[in-house]
Design a protein around this ligand. Structure first.
Ligand SMILES: Nc1nc2c(ncn2[C@@H]2O[C@H](COP(=O)(O)OP(=O)(O)O)[C@@H](O)[C@H]2O)c(=O)[nH]1
Ligand SMILES: [Mg+2]
Length: 244
């Protein structure tokens, strides 16, 4: 048999490892095009699809939480696939993308990256993504409001170029839109996490108590930069460890 090069040794990245606990963030590829025919700036149907797919991933890989807005989702995970980075990135992205595709009814893709975070830094990471959700929200509402008014995408984009949050606020207020009154999930994102709930059922004539882990969907999360937000994140992490 012809001698082959040692191809196994060319799998140069297969030994890259993640830490034991890490965050994974997925982002939809080309979703400004993919969601062209969906409700703008926000489509509740699409947000529900993202939430359902996040729940699937949480169950499949016992993720500690999922935080999603727009076409992105972050998961807290520990020690899967021997912490092999290529495996984790590719499997989580493909498992998520296949589920979103099935629910949308056409094929879509997601990229994936690993983020190193200590447990006491997770609220800060989430606050960072929540800032992005808020910026997106102001931008999208301003863009679609101007587009409706002037009917020209390029002109609407031009009018928003270099505008900071207070100016975007003004554009919306002048047109009767209060960006602090839109649905909370559009401004703050949606967090999903595990909670142990007590249940009881009758067994051989007796009431038996037992606990079950359920995923809670929080469509109105606190600001992760607030005391309430940090306390929620602490609890989520504790609950995950208890059952991990
Ligand atoms: N119509 C619609 N579009 C959305 C919604 N959520 C996200 N998107 C689109 O998805 C894009 C996500 O941003 P980004 O990842 O930077 O863009 P991408 O590179 O095209 O995926 C947004 O700019 C929107 O165009 C939604 O609920 N409705
Ligand atoms: Mg995207």
């Amino acid at each position: 048999m012809k001698k082959r090069r040692n191809w196994k040794s060319r799998e140069l990245y297969s030994k890259l490892l993640t830490p034991n606990i890490f965050l994974v963030r997925l982002d939809g590829r080309n979703f400004s095009k993919v969601l062209e025919n969906f409700e703008k700036p926000y489509d509740l149907k699409f947000a529900r699809i993202m939430v359902e797919c996040c729940k699937d991933i949480m169950r499949e890989f016992n993720a500690g939480f999922a935080f999603t807005f727009s076409d992105e989702a972050t998961f807290l995970m520990s020690d899967i696939f021997g912490c092999r980075l290529e495996k984790i990135d590719s499997i989580i992205a493909s498992e998520f993308a296949s589920r979103v595709s099935l629910r949308l009814g056409f094929p879509v893709g997601f990229d994936s990256r690993i983020i190193f975070a200590n447990l006491d830094e997770i609220a800060d990471y989430l606050a960072w993504r929540q800032d992005e959700a808020w910026r997106n929200h102001l931008n999208s509402y301003a863009f679609y409001t101007l587009l409706k008014e002037i009917g020209n995408r390029k002109k609407a984009q031009k009018m928003l170029e270099g505008k900071k949050s207070p100016e975007l606020h003004d554009i919306l207020h002048e047109r009767g839109i209060n960006p602090a009154k839109t649905p909370a999930w559009q401004r703050r994102g949606i967090i999903l996490y595990w909670k142990e709930i007590e249940l009881e059922k009758e067994f051989q004539g007796k009431i038996v108590k037992f606990t079950r882990r359920r995923i809670v969907e929080e469509w109105n999360p606190p600001l992760f930069d607030s005391d309430g937000g940090r306390a929620l994140v602490d609890n989520i992490v504790k609950e995950w460890f208890k059952n991990g």
